[in-house]
Design a binder for this molecule. Structure first.
Ligand code: NDP
Length: 245
């Protein structure tokens, strides 16, 4: 698989209004690509678009099929093609399983799993047509552990892991690479939104910056590699290095 040249690439980023998605959009812009900003909070997207030289911002609830289609249409109308998709929009759900509210779980499954599939299906015709499409799915390090209180959330992200692995193989012949990024704990608005990058939560567990995860996503887009796990502990800058650097 040829590494991507980022200049001019058109990449939809879902959940771009804060945290990891916003950081990914910023590093894409800095690298000469054109991020397309998608999330529900219009004011945040407008501000980010201003910061990024008028990047296309499309207010999108990714759980809505019509809005997913409108996002793809708006991207094609502005840019004429889609090279990449970062499926990043997601929420947490931390509660012991015996106290799980099934309606809440259904909503989280809808966002973290079904919307990711729907968004990918909506963008795939254009990604295939690009000739070297990229999809980066955002999972979680929680899927590599067995953590009481985190089972519902981790199960949604475990589904993302399997979907990514299967989709990668299904799309091999279409020259569309599917990658998985598994962030560790990251200082964003996620969950309580109280973490600070560099903060040591317990020995060996340090909150990462959204910028670090954004740069790892950039790397995954460039290389198309299957999976990048971000270990707990201090940030490891080499995981964000681009092949040509
Ligand atoms: P944030 O809460 O900062 O970002 C979540 C983003 O998802 C926001 O931009 C939000 O925008 C968007 N979003 C939520 N619901 C929808 C929706 N229905 N339609 C469109 N967009 C939506 O958290 P993070 O940046 O940390 O989270 C990004 C991803 O990283 C998630 O998938 C999360 O599971 C994953 N992750 C995070 C970790 C962490 O410790 N922070 C660790 C491991 C994985 P808006 O509200 O404007 O729609």
């Amino acid at each position: 698989m040829e590494p991507w040249h980022l200049k001019g690439k058109i990449v939809i980023v879902t959940g771009a209004s804060s945290g990891i998605g916003e950081a990914a959009a910023r590093v894409l812009h800095d690298a000469g690509a054109h991020p397309v900003l998608a999330a529900r909070r219009a004011d945040r997207l407008e501000q980010l678009s201003d910061d990024l030289g008028g990047a296309l911002a499309v207010v999108t609830d990714v759980t809505d099929a019509g809005q997913r289609a409108a996002l793809v249409d708006a991207t094609l109308a502005r840019h004429g093609r889609i090279d990449g998709l970062v499926n990043n929009a997601g929420v947490s759900l931390h509660r012991p399983l015996d106290r799980l509210d099934l309606e809440e779980f259904r909503r989280v499954l809808d966002l973290n799993v079904l919307s990711l599939v729907g968004m990918t299906q909506a963008a795939l015709p254009a990604l295939r047509a690009s000739g070297a499409g990229r999809i980066v799915n955002i999972s979680s390090g929680t899927t590599t552990m067995v953590l009481p209180g985190v089972g519902a959330y981790a199960s949604t992200k475990s589904a993302v892991n399997m979907l990514s692995a299967v989709w990668r193989r299904e799309l091999e012949g279409d020259r569309v690479a599917v990658s998985l990024v598994l962030p560790s704990i990251t200082a964003t608005e996620f969950g309580e939104g109280t973490l600070v990058a560099g903060q040591e939560l317990r020995p060996g567990m340090v909150a990462h910056s959204a910028d670090y995860v954004g740069r790892v996503i950039l790397r995954a887009l460039v290389t198309g590699e299957e999976r990048i796990d971000l270990p707990h502990g201090p940030e490891q800058p080499e995981l964000a290095e681009l092949p040509s650097a």
